[in-house]
Design a protein around this ligand. Structure first.
Ligand code: KMT
Ligand code: NI
Length: 178
């Protein structure tokens, strides 16, 4: 299963784990209260996986592509990694399925603390529209991920502060009941 924890506030390399001492783990249930959902799949069979098919059908994930994040594979690698690690939000859900390698997704909790979510092969995650988050590779410097989307993809990221967007206000309201 996936592992998540509260981050320390050191300025060290973003690719390091940044666990607190002692570690403060975060459970899947806590992530759910933030609107973050998780599935574990068999990434070896992603091209024919009926479980992935079912999720895509149920959730309406009509669009998909695959991105390889590695210095020799991704055009403008350094620039993109820098962008991904800027705290931002999107107007739509961010849905990522790790097919190979590993990566970290960081999300803000209700008290604005960073939670680091460690993703590896077979982990599918959805971040709700309006949540502040960021992305980084870990020290292995490689991941291959499927990007899923409901309808035509919109990749636009709005860096923080982006509090005036309706979707941000909607997201904050959704937190109140959870
Ligand atoms: C985003 O918007 O945070 C990203 O697309 C992260 C990189 S995709 C694995
Ligand atoms: Ni994003």
């Amino acid at each position: 299963s996936l592992e998540a924890w509260y981050m320390d506030s050191s300025d060290e390399d973003q690719r390091k784990p940044h666990k607190l001492n002692p570690n403060q783990p975060v459970t899947l249930d806590e992530l759910k209260t933030l609107g973050v959902y998780y599935w574990k799949l068999n990434a070896d069979i992603y091209e024919t996986d009926p479980d992935l098919e079912q999720i895509r059908k149920e959730q309406g994930y009509s669009y998909m592509d695959i991105i390889t994040i590695h210095k020799d594979k991704l055009p403008n690698y350094e620039e993109k990694l820098k962008m991904f690690f800027e705290e931002h939000l999107h107007l739509d859900d961010e849905i990522r399925y790790i097919l190979d390698g590993r990566a970290y997704f960081d999300v803000r909790d209700k008290e604005d603390r960073w939670i680091r979510i460690s993703m590896s092969k077979g982990d599918l995650i959805t971040l709700p529209a309006g949540i502040y988050h960021r992305f980084t590779l870990d020290e292995t410097n490689y991941t291959k991920a499927m990007r899923l989307f409901v309808g035509e993809p919109v990749w636009k990221a709005y860096n923080r502060p982006a509090d005036d967007f309706d979707i941000r206000q909607k997201y904050l309201v959704s937190l109140q009941g959870s």
